[in-house]
Design a binder for this molecule. Structure first.
Ligand code: SF4
Length: 176
């Protein structure tokens, strides 16, 4: 996928052409936890959206009661509250390593009791209680990206991507 080509692109640019610029601009196909970490590690700023970036801005998304991002969270006691008013407390950490060897850590939350919930059909397909796998690092990165893209200067830089870059593909496709 595009995601996995990103770091080799950066390496190739640095080794063969020029120092990386201050801002690294790319479309949502390149937005991943590993890629954001890599850009920040190189002391650059990622202006790269992620797959749900546009969807999250829509009213329909913001009003969907079953997305965890719309649930109340009690930071003192580390639990969410689901649409049925149940507590969804933290249970354990889960580490996963993807095919590329990148490690992610998820905080796993589980609803205290989903049995007999009238909203269940809309909320989960799980046989037991609904579980939430929350990647705090990824959520922080996404918040950072939203902040960068909401600023005037960096938002404008990102906006140029579709003008500077995409027409090249359009011309190639049309001419070939
Ligand atoms: S299914 Fe569970 S988590 Fe979902 S609304 Fe009902 S009680 Fe809450």
């Amino acid at each position: 996928t595009d995601t996995r080509t990103f770091i080799p692109f950066l390496n190739n640019i640095e080794e063969r052409y020029f120092k990386l610029p201050k801002y690294i601009v790319a479309d949502a196909g390149y937005g991943s936890e590993q890629n954001y970490s890599e850009v920040l590690h190189r002391n650059r700023t990622p202006l790269i959206t992620y797959n749900t970036y546009r969807k999250e801005k829509k009213k329909k998304y913001k009003e969907n009661l079953f997305y965890v991002s719309n649930w109340d969270y009690d930071s003192d006691n580390d639990f969410f509250t689901c649409p049925n008013g149940k507590k969804v407390p933290f249970q354990y950490l889960s580490n996963r390593t993807d095919k590329a060897g990148f490690k992610r850590t998820f905080r796993v939350y589980e609803c205290e009791d989903c049995s007999g919930c009238p909203l269940r059909v809309h909320c989960t397909k799980a046989k037991g209680n609904r579980k939430i796998f929350y990647n705090a690092h990824w959520e922080q990165q996404k918040a950072y990206i939203r902040e960068q893209l909401s600023k005037e200067e960096t938002g404008e830089i990102y906006g140029k991507r579709k003008i500077d870059v995409e027409p090249v593909f359009g011309f190639l496709k049309a001419n070939l």
